[in-house]
Design a protein around this ligand. Structure first.
Ligand code: CP
Length: 328
């Protein structure tokens, strides 16, 4: 693995999940792998989980992580080629990236989309400029359209929690796939499509689930990420016999970055979950309580959101280990 931007860099998803779970069982088993290696972590946007879990993962591997908040701690970066830098940007990525490439062995980058211009956001200009100019492996800490460390975490968490009874397996005639539902939820702000895009991309590439996406009209995601999923505007129908329900808001993709519907009826309730197979509830966090997800669900026995967030460490550790091994 030279860079980690999406599931497309992963040759074997199951093997990466197994690596992550092995690190969870024994966090320091490869504590010499990253000796004398530095991980730079550039944040152009806020973060709690990604920032902390990736630092812990790096330290578990013996790496030295250094966090840098672009724009707050340093100069505002320009990413456009041939830009006339007479505005607010002070340093071009053409200088910043190769300098950082001299300081670090691996460079993690978090960017968000503008939600103003779909073509710009979906070109992933920022992260591609770092790949072009840094000269070291680039680790996405979330980009304009995808959040691969989150999605790997999500599949690790599903794997841990998917445990159908032997009777159920026998009745199904052997291995059975979980039914995973990604449901849109209301929110007060226009949010990126990254988590939903990335989750869809990973679940469909994994191919080991019946995958349903449900959202109100006009919230269709980019088809390149959802190909292979069943898509419905009927949330009640989607929830039938679900084993996992992943809750997430996103803004519109087609008429880009808008909030069309914000119907509170789309927020999950315990009553709605009655038709599921005692489904586990997931969310990438942070979550707006009683807007995206109700207290009763977040505080209830089926919520695995904090287990999921805890698994961010093991996903990051498995990916960093792959990147380090590729450089040996
Ligand atoms: N889920 C996630 O990426 O959380 P942070 O924004 O806190 O990193």
């Amino acid at each position: 693995m030279k860079n980690f931007l999406s599931v497309n860099e992963v040759s074997n998803i199951d093997s990466l999940i197994a690596d992550a779970l092995a690190y969870k069982a024994d966090p320091f088993k490869d504590s010499a792998l990253g000796n004398r290696k530095r991980l730079g972590m550039l944040f152009l946007n806020p973060s709690m989980r990604t920032r902390i879990s990736t630092q812990i993962a790096a330290k578990n591997l013996g790496m030295d992580p250094i966090v840098f908040n672009v724009g707050q701690d340093g100069w505002t970066l320009e990413f456009e080629d041939e830009a006339i830098m007479s505005g607010n940007t002070v340093e071009h990525v053409k200088e910043a990236a190769p300098v950082l490439g001299k300081y670090f062995d691996i460079l993690g980058v978090r960017t968000f989309p503008s939600l103003q211009n779909k073509a710009d956001d979906y070109s992933e200009l920022y992260i591609h400029q770092f790949i072009k100019y840094a000269g070291v492996p680039i680790l996405s800490l979330e980009s304009a359209t995808l959040h691969p460390l989150q999605s790997l975490t999500d599949l690790i968490t599903i794997s841990e929690n998917w445990n159908p009874s032997p009777l159920f397996r026998r009745r199904a005639g052997g291995e059975v796939k979980p039914k995973i539902v990604l449901t849109w939820a209301p929110h007060v702000k226009a949010l990126p499509q990254c988590v939903a895009n990335s989750f869809s991309q990973w679940v469909t590439a994994w191919g080991q689930a019946d995958f349903v996406i449900t959202h109100p009209e006009d919230y269709e995601l980019d088809e390149k990420f959802t190909k292979g999923a069943t898509i419905t505007h009927n949330q009640d129908e989607a929830l039938q016999r679900a084993d996992f329900v992943y809750v997430k808001n996103w803004s519109t993709y087609k008429d880009y970055g808008k909030i069309y519907c914000n119907d509170p009826e789309w927020m999950l309730t315990t009553e709605k979950l009655a038709v599921t197979n005692n489904a586990k509830i997931m969310h990438c966090l942070p979550v707006r309580r009683n807007v995206e997800l109700s207290d009763e669900i977040l505080d209830g026995p089926n919520s695995i959101v904090t287990q999921q967030a805890g698994n961010r460490v093991w996903a990051a550790q498995a990916v960093l280990a792959e990147l380090l091994k590729s450089e040996q």
